[in-house]
Design a protein around this ligand. Structure first.
Ligand code: PRP
Length: 219
């Protein structure tokens, strides 16, 4: 049987997925000692893990060269539509927020505002929902700089602990959307290998609950 191929977002989501796989009893030694290798076996060869950047996880799954993917809801909201989202994995939790300089009334006044962001689609959807007239400027990283330098009135960005905002004199103005890691599936794979994918998703969900229980017990 051909292994199910799953694209993992390199870094933290990859490490959390390894934790989940190990909770399922799958051997992840190849992934743990991967060196610079990008395609690695998991378990007894029933799964093949592919390590990719977040947006590329979506591309590989959409094109069907990977059956499944683990990717953040942030990347899905910004880039994705052509696949199924089948499970909230419960890790990688953070949120999209609108943030700006402290004690500034972003929603007040009549002039059009400017928002800097790495996520122009998420931002566009948010301001359209609010019915606001906003100019969006795309920034590649450290978006917090934009209001500090006077390029924008606010930012839409990922907030996890809130310390980046705090250390730069910014604060959350509004919550935009919650984020966590999701299991996504290629549309054709979900038809052709339905049983295998559903079994794997069920086992991942059970492992997620078991890890959450262990975490609560250790508190
Ligand atoms: C992300 C995000 C914020 C920060 C939020 O940046 O863009 O800057 O983390 O985390 P916090 O609320 O816990 O401080 P990342 O480190 O990915 O770098 P980037 O800004 O270059 O994208």
């Amino acid at each position: 049987m051909k292994p199910l191929r799953i694209a993992l977002t390199k870094g933290r989501l990859e490490r959390d997925t390894v934790g989940l796989f190990e909770e399922m009893g799958l051997d992840c030694s190849a992934l743990r000692e991967k060196g610079r290798k990008l395609i690695l076996p998991v378990g007894n060869g029933e799964i093949e893990a592919v390590l990719a950047k977040a947006a590329d996880v979506i591309t590989y799954v959409e094109h069907g060269v990977c059956d499944l993917g683990v990717v953040g809801k942030d990347t899905i909201l910004e880039n994705g539509t052509g696949f199924y989202e089948i499970l909230d994995l419960g890790f990688g939790k953070c949120r999209f927020a609108l943030a700006g300089p402290k004690n500034r009334d972003f929603f007040g006044g009549y002039s059009a505002k400017t928002i800097a962001t790495k996520y122009p689609n998420v931002t566009r959807n948010y301001v359209e929902e609010k019915g606001m007239d906003v100019r969006i400027i795309k920034i590649e990283g450290s978006v917090e700089l934009a209001p500090l330098l006077g390029l924008s009135d606010a930012i839409v960005d990922i907030v996890e602990t809130g310390s980046t905002l705090k250390e730069n004199g910014l604060e959350v103005i509004d919550d935009v959307a919650p984020i966590s890691a999701r299991l996504i599936a290629n549309v054709a794979s979900l038809k052709l290998r339905k049983q295998e994918i559903e079994d794997l998703a069920d086992r991942m969900e059970a492992a997620k609950s078991s890890l959450q229980r262990k975490k609560e017990e250790s508190r």
